[in-house]
Design a binder for this molecule. Structure first.
Ligand code: SF4
Ligand code: SF4
Length: 454
């Protein structure tokens, strides 16, 4: 069957900002293959949910791809060795979240000897529960940063009426281009993974959302999707949706609203409007797990920023310490700030040995002169924060409530609908730490609710 173009243009959402994107530092660089790390630090918590339980001990020799941490409970994910070598320590190590968590340390034997992977000869006759099991066993979680175990997201309740899968290739965070390069260089893996997820969820419509600053990725995704059997035969209705470049276009709520016209209700989930969203990296990892039986041991990471001599993208073994990557991309002794993620939603790090984990899409390295600390001033009621909030919240009011410790009162302003995109803080002329105050309000309201008699 001949296909007309899958590409369609869509409008943007209300609110949002246009920060300097700095993507030109890395968006043209092909994904580098780095030498194997000498040592990896693998946190047993690289996902939302219960941490995995170590199933190796100090002194054990392990192979690449061997499970070293078993999933513990319904919302959990296993962790695999990402190099072959010897387990030299199991203990508390720095984690990109800022905490210390139980981690397994492996010293490399330099051989990268893999565990035997299962043989997969086609999946036509394989039932969906088995496919979900393979995805769970491979330790796949949301690679866009949310790190929710993918098997759970693929097991909707029977009452859910899903009809659409959105593959998120928007990558709206400034500086980051890992998803962009993956779409350009490995679109086939993403397309296969997307078709598999659609099959497991039983949906007939797939929309791949890409911002209009990635024209080459749009073309590559269209070509790869056009080659898929279910698309050629018309069993899968696929659109490559070009959306205007605006932050936070990649937010689930914003992308769903733009692509489907459906609004997720306050406190609701994409599933409530018939949609499931998966990141492009997650789709590629699903393809590897199902078609190759390959566990998640590496991911593409953007290592970028003005603090590096040669920023770029690399395929990185999970557990690689930040220091090794920063050195590989030309970072000198004088580093001002290291952020895991992008400048809008990333987390500043206090330790150079913090490892790349499943949710690490980028490492941003800024020089000392780019790091400034502004004085926080009172709110001047300019309403700039309200105008840019993509959810339509009153960030100034939630922040004032938190400042005055009036947490119960803050609830009337719906802090839990905040997606923590940081647009409000970005535009505030008084440099008020609005997102931090909203997070504070959320934590305190949660704790008040836990303490309240039932
Ligand atoms: S209140 Fe939350 S959702 Fe609204 S702009 Fe601020 S961080 Fe983003
Ligand atoms: S942007 Fe800052 S100063 Fe303006 S209303 Fe919001 S909190 Fe107040």
């Amino acid at each position: 069957m001949a296909l007309t173009s899958l590409i369609q243009r869509f409008r943007s959402f209300v609110g949002g900002i246009h920060p300097p994107y700095h993507k030109d530092l890395t968006d043209h660089q092909t994904i580098r293959q780095l030498p194997l790390p000498e040592r990896v630090i693998l946190p047993l918590s690289q996902h939302i949910g219960t941490p995995a339980t170590a199933c190796v001990k100090v002194g054990d020799t392990v192979l690449t791809g061997q499970m070293i941490g078993a999933a513990d409970g319904p919302v959990s994910a296993p962790v695999h060795a990402t190099i072959s070598g010897t387990v030299t320590a199991i203990g508390m190590y720095p984690h990109p979240s800022g905490r210390e968590v139980q981690s397994v340390v492996i010293e490399s034997d330099g051989a990268d000897e893999w565990v035997a992977l299962p043989k997969r000869d086609g999946i036509g006759g394989v039932d969906n529960d088995t496919l979900r099991g393979w995805i769970a066993d491979a330790g796949v979680v949301g690679l866009g940063g949310a790190t929710f175990p993918t098997r759970v997201k693929m097991s909707p309740p029977e009452t859910a009426q899903l009809d659409t899968l959105v593959i998120n290739g928007a990558e709206c965070e400034p500086y980051l281009t890992a998803d962009h390069r993956l779409m350009v260089e490995e679109a086939g893996r993403i397309a296969e993974g997307g078709a598999l997820i659609a099959r497991i969820l039983g949906v007939g419509r797939v929309i791949v959302g890409i911002e209009d600053n990635k024209a080459d990725a749009t073309v590559c995704m269209e070509k790869a999707l056009t080659r898929l059997d279910p698309v050629r035969s018309g069993r899968l209705d696929v659109t490559v949706a070009v959306v205007p470049t605006k932050y936070p276009q990649g937010g689930e709520k914003q992308l769903i609203a733009v692509l489907t016209g459906r609004e997720i209700p306050s406190g609701g989930l994409p599933m409530d409007v018939g949609v499931v969203v998966h990141n492009v990296g997650t789709a590629a990892a699903v393809s590897d797990a199902v078609l190759l039986g390959r566990p998640l041991v590496e991911r593409v990471v953007t290592v970028t920023g003005e603090g590096l001599a040669a920023p770029g993208n690399a395929r990185v073994r999970l557990g690689t310490p930040a220091r090794a990557l920063i050195e590989a991309f030309g970072g000198g002794e004088q580093v001002g700030k290291v952020v895991f993620g992008g400048p809008m939603m990333g987390v500043a790090q206090f330790h150079m040995e913090v490892p790349v984990i499943k949710g690490t899409s980028g490492i941003l390295v800024l020089p000392p002169e780019a790091v400034t600390l502004e004085d926080i001033r009172p709110c001047i009621r300019c309403s700039a924060c309200i105008e840019v909030c993509p959810i339509g919240l009153l960030p100034n009011m939630i922040s004032v409530c938190a400042e005055q410790l009036a947490f119960a009162e803050s609830e009337q302003y719906h802090p839990f609908d905040c997606i923590e995109c940081g647009c409000c803080s970005y535009v505030c002329p008084s440099y008020r730490p609005l997102v931090q105050m909203i997070r504070y309000a959320k934590t305190e309201v949660r704790s008040l609710k836990q303490k309240a008699p039932h």
